[in-house]
Design a protein around this ligand. Structure first.
Ligand code: PHE
Length: 349
């Protein structure tokens, strides 16, 4: 029996060494050490050996098991490693290859323009905030120094809504200026903010759509003056249109700014000599601005003796039309794919 055990051990270890797959190796284990395996069968003979020999043979059998298991684990590791290497070689992919890209959409020209405007102002220290499109009469008009009987209300072609839960008059905001009020009500100066968003006016023709976009901007600080406003707007115009353009500030009127100005830039299309787009003037009006009216500061509880501010409002559709050369305002909202794919470049996925 001793010989048989020796032989079995040699045979088993040899088989482990020669196994070529994890599955084959596991089969060997069952064949030699399994419940009905060769070792079990051999050990049945133990009952017939002498009492002195039995412990010796038992120890040999245990040694066989241990040697087998150790060899088996080593071999299994090696086989699994080989199998993994083979699989990695087989399933190799070059992750540096460029992906297969397809054009699945693009930014609408209004979104493009908004993103560019937001980027420029954020680099100049004016982060973007937003406010509600359904506004109270107070935020849209009253707090902005436009009392109920003020003629400026006529100009705004307001959409009036049914009153809110508190019975107060509500409107679709006619400009982004109410965001000035909301920010000044809830934060303390110094403040620098822009507020991009949709605004609504009951007006629809060649050059007006009932919904359009504005970007409001304002700053309130201890020493805020008109020169800063001029410098900021000039820098913005140069960056947005990516060229040096003359800019001029014309005196104007807004109830919420004093003094007020309308800002023109040199016509992009004729360079100032006069064309159809600038109606022969050489100038294109692009925004309204001014120093925040003391009444507005008082309405939000900011001490006008300590603080002053400036504000401006730009029309996004107008900027987009000028920059991308879009001739008809209404094409923005017709969702004609031919128009969109022509102007909605700039983003591939
Ligand atoms: N809210 C004004 C408008 O819609 C624009 C503006 C904003 C003018 C801020 C001055 C200052 O016409």
């Amino acid at each position: 029996m001793r010989n048989q055990l020796e032989k079995l051990k040699a045979q088993a270890l040899e088989e482990v060494q020669c196994a070529t797959s994890a599955v084959g190796l596991e089969e060997s284990r069952v064949r030699f050490l399994g419940k009905k395996g060769l070792l079990t069968q051999l050990l049945r003979g133990l009952k017939d050996v002498s009492d002195e020999e039995r412990p010796l043979l038992g120890a040999m059998a245990n040694a066989l098991k241990e040697a087998f298991n150790a060899a088996w684990v080593t071999r299994m590791d090696a086989l699994q490693q080989q199998e993994m290497d083979a699989r990695l070689a087989r399933e190799w992919i070059d992750v540096t290859l460029p992906g297969r890209t397809g054009r699945v959409g693009g930014l609408h020209p209004i979104s493009r323009a908004l993103a560019e405007i937001i980027e420029i102002f954020s680099q100049m220290g004016f982060p973007a905030m937003s406010g509600p499109e359904v506004e109270t009469d107070w935020h849209n008009f009253g707090a902005l120094n436009i009392p109920p009987d003020h003629p400026a209300r006529e100009m705004h072609d307001t959409f009036y809504l049914s009153p809110g839960a508190d019975g107060g008059q509500r409107v679709l905001r006619t400009h982004t200026s109410p965001v000035q009020i909301r920010v000044m009500e809830s934060r303390k100066p110094p403040l620098r903010i822009i507020a991009p968003g949709k605004v609504y006016r009951c007006d629809s023709d060649l050059t007006h759509t009932p919904m359009f976009h504005q970007v409001e901007g304002f700053m309130v600080d201890r020493e805020c003056h008109f020169g800063q406003l001029m410098g900021l707007l000039e820098a913005f115009i140069q960056r947005f249109f990516e060229r040096q353009l003359p800019v001029r500030f014309r005196p104007s009127f807004f109830p919420f700014t004093e003094p007020s100005t309308e800002v023109d830039m040199g016509c992009l299309f004729c360079g100032g000599s006069g064309c159809r787009i600038c109606k022969g003037t050489g100038w294109i009006e692009i925004l309204g601005a001014g120093l925040i009216h003391p009444n507005v500061l008082a309405n939000v509880g900011i001490d006008k003796e300590i603080f002053s501010g400036f504000a401006f409002g730009v029309g996004v559709e107008r900027l987009a039309m000028l920059k991308y050369g879009i001739g008809d305002l209404r094409t923005f909202y017709e969702n004609d794919l031919r128009f969109l794919s022509r102007y909605a470049r700039g983003r591939e996925v």
